[in-house]
Design a protein around this ligand. Structure first.
Ligand SMILES: [Zn+2]
Ligand SMILES: [Zn+2]
Length: 178
């Protein structure tokens, strides 16, 4: 999908309004990926926000663009582990969730089950290798596979999978190809 330059400029302006001071680059073959060089480094796929913007009444379009800027830091998954798979590694357009969040994969420390988690709303998606299914609960406070209680008190960092966990779970299709 061709994203108009004027729309990309609006998005970048929104990021700047919400505190982005780093380098922002437009990437990808179309191009349709904004790379925020950071810190923190992030990648944002643009087709979804562009489609929402196209469908929205004129009076709501500015709010959609502004929200995109606001989520620059709101979706930040802080981790010191360079091997952890975070939102920048995940194909954000693989599944359509609420449209408000950013996907990360979470991994159960007990059974190594891996599922998609929409941050900050906490929507959980399971059965990712077959027919992805959204769990009807507000927050995944238990592992959807083994039921062990999960601790979110240190944020999501402790639950982020390593790349090997993602591959072992057969979920390579959810990773950005580099
Ligand atoms: Zn969601
Ligand atoms: Zn588990």
């Amino acid at each position: 999908m061709k994203i108009p330059d004027s729309f990309v400029e609006q998005l970048i302006a929104a990021l700047r309004r919400h505190g982005e001071s780093g380098d922002v680059r437009l990437m990808g073959p179309t191009p349709d990926l904004l790379e925020l060089r950071g810190p923190p480094k992030r990648g944002r796929y643009l087709p979804d926000v562009y489609k929402r913007w196209l469908r929205a009444p004129a009076a709501e379009r500015d709010a959609i663009v502004d929200e995109f800027g606001r989520l620059r830091f709101g979706s930040n998954v802080m981790t010191a582990d360079a091997g952890a798979v975070t939102d920048v590694d995940i194909r954000q357009d693989a599944i359509a969730c609420c449209g408000d969040g950013v996907f990360v994969l979470l991994c159960c420390p007990a059974c190594r089950a891996v599922w998609l988690h929409c941050e900050p709303n906490g929507h959980s998606w399971v059965d990712l290798t077959t027919t992805p299914r959204k769990l009807e609960r507000p927050r995944a406070d238990k592992c959807p596979s083994c039921g062990k209680a999960l601790r979110f008190d240190e944020g999501l960092a402790a639950l982020l999978p390593a790349r090997e966990d993602v591959l072992a779970a057969g979920l390579e299709r959810y990773l950005v190809q580099r």
